[in-house]
Design a protein around this ligand. Structure first.
Ligand SMILES: NC(=O)c1ccc[n+]([C@@H]2O[C@H](COP(=O)([O-])OP(=O)(O)OC[C@H]3O[C@@H](n4cnc5c(N)ncnc54)[C@H](OP(=O)(O)O)[C@@H]3O)[C@@H](O)[C@H]2O)c1
Length: 330
């Protein structure tokens, strides 16, 4: 008999009202997979894009929403080496996290440190993996450098701020209100620019003695391409992780040559499992101790029960959140 689980799907493309809690089929764990009793699942902007019909799951992945989860292992595949029934795990899935039970590849799973709650753990994988990959590996942020983080209060922005501070970087963020700017400063950002009242190019230059930031982390896209090229320092790096205002525009790429810039970008969801495994190991090695000691904790905006998933998405749609929105199943 096929096993099922309570799970969230989108019954069409649209607003939060298309989300439906239903019974969905649940596969048996494959050789290197874990069956997890999900306790918490983070809500990420890509889930909103999927709900809107703009970000379909990769081939072979289920229609159940959700890219990250935390919970206890209920069963393990025959070749699983690092986890056993009862292990507390958090990890990345290509889909399926908004559910009571989910299949998690062992390769993308990390043990949950004792003092991290399930809600906090469910908010870790997607943003910590993304930030580690794009800020530290690709853009190579170094101690003593300055990073400009757009979307300072986003799940990604709050994670990038905390991690950049742990290596001794100078952090400037942008956010869309004074209240959000205050929250960024409270979290540890050195400076926060309200991009609705101030021009971030002028402000970030002033804050760096005219030099500009060494690294720019951008999720805004077309509206910011030219201004990111203008603001970034010589030999700077621009790391592009989303195109919220589009991916096409008319650009003067002169600064790329004259300032010897590096532009990079990446996605995570559809990447090969080997890449995600390597990334999970890097996050566990470099960030695991910070999570275990409490030096870094994901900033939680709010939690919603799984059956209130539409309310959770409405909150993300409103863009009022500061930090992560998390679904719980208990
Ligand atoms: N490439 C990857 O691997 C990857 C992985 C995960 C997420 N992402 C992307 O990273 C972004 C953040 O994800 P999240 O889950 O952390 O989402 P989120 O919490 O909803 O954050 C979105 C942020 O974008 C800002 N924003 C929206 N429109 C803007 C505009 N026109 N100008 C300036 N800022 C704007 C919002 O800030 P204000 O309210 O202050 O405007 C908000 O802080 C999303 O675009 C997501 O798709 C990429």
């Amino acid at each position: 008999m096929t096993q099922t689980t309570r799970a969230v799907i989108a019954k069409g493309a649209g607003g939060p009202e298309v989300l439906e809690v239903t019974e969905a089929p649940l596969a048996q764990p494959g050789p290197r997979e874990l069956l997890v009793r999900v306790r918490a699942a983070g809500v990420n902007r890509p889930d909103v894009m999927q709900r809107q019909g703009n970000y379909p799951p990769p081939p072979g992945a289920s229609e159940v929403l959700g890219l990250e989860l935390a919970g206890e292992v209920e069963a393990v595949g025959l070749e699983v080496q690092h986890f056993a029934v009862g292990s507390r795990v958090m990890g990345l899935v290509a889909s399926g996290a908004y559910a009571d039970r989910a299949i998690l590849p062992e390769q993308t799973a990390i043990a949950v440190p004792d003092d991290l709650s399930m809600v906090e753990a469910g908010a870790v994988p997607e943003t910590f993996f993304t930030v580690w990959s794009n800020v530290f590996e690709r853009a190579k942020l170094q101690s003593g450098e300055t990073i400009l983080i757009h979307g300072g209060t986003s799940g990604i922005g709050t994670t990038a701020t905390m991690l950049a501070k742990t290596i001794g970087a100078n952090v400037i963020v942008t956010a869309g209100s004074d209240e959000k700017c205050k929250a960024c400063l409270k979290l540890g950002a050195d400076h926060a620019i309200n991009y609705k009242s101030d021009d971030f190019v002028t402000a970030a230059r002033d804050l760096t003695g005219g030099r500009g930031p060494d690294v720019v982390l951008d999720m805004v896209g077309a509206d910011y391409f030219q201004r990111n090229l203008e603001v970034v320092a010589e030999d700077g790096r621009i790391s592009q992780i989303a195109f919220q205002t589009g991916s096409r525009t008319d650009l003067d790429l002169g600064p790329l040559l004259f300032k010897r810039l590096t532009m990079t970008g990446s996605t995570l969801r559809a990447r090969p499992i080997e890449m995600k495994e390597r990334l999970a190991q890097a996050v566990e090695k470099h960030v695991g101790p910070l999570l275990a000691s409490g030096a870094v904790r994901p900033l939680i905006d709010s939690t919603f029960a799984l059956e209130d998933v539409a309310k959770a998405h409405a909150r993300m749609d409103s863009s009022q959140h500061i930090g992560k929105i998390v679904l719980t199943t208990d």
